[in-house]
Design a protein around this ligand. Sequence first.
Ligand SMILES: [Zn+2]
Length: 227
Amino acid sequence: MKKDDERLFDLISPIVSENGLDLRNAAFFGPKEFQATWKRSGNMIDIRISDYLIDAPDDVIADFSKTVIGTIKKKRPTYGRTYLDWVRSDEYIDSKRKIYLRRSRNLTGSPEGNERNLIESLDRLLDSGLLDPGSIGNSFFSWTKIPNVRKFGFCSPMMRVVGISCLLDDVSIPEFVLDYVVYHEALHLKQGYRPGQRSHSKEFRQQERKYPKYEEAEKYLKALGSR
Ligand SMILES: [Zn+2]
């Protein structure tokens, strides 16, 4: 790890200097979600960057560092093409998703629940034409271990992982309600990883409303969440 941190320091240091700051420390760290954090005192900064980039090429790390330093300088974050192409590649997703799933302690790691299978939900959504195979390509669906009541599903567009609350792994929940939650999260996959942009855009909401029983499903979930 130390050698990796030295490399990181050498890559970030010139970019930090160009921005009138001094890099004191740079390190990779391993939170579940991809992120960068920093501490600033005067012109001195310490930066930590997600270890999902630990084996990325120099130009990718440099490109992402520009985004981080821009944010430290309170500029509106912009993400470079070199960085985006790297983290959107199947190669990146395939290797980092394994780590992400290990770190996701609340996921069972399987789309097969006790009573329901998420793959069957996806098949129904594909058969009905609401989803196309391309939009959910290279993705992974899993049930959660804890039955979240307020958040029925979540999506990491970067890792292309969807988690669905095991509260819905129950035949007493109408199938169209489960499928609706899966549909919502699948729309995030369709949108893809686009940092710095709104995840529930106007366009997203329009697509969400295409679900045939949209109103009923929303109503059902609202009632379920407030039990
Ligand atoms: Zn959402």
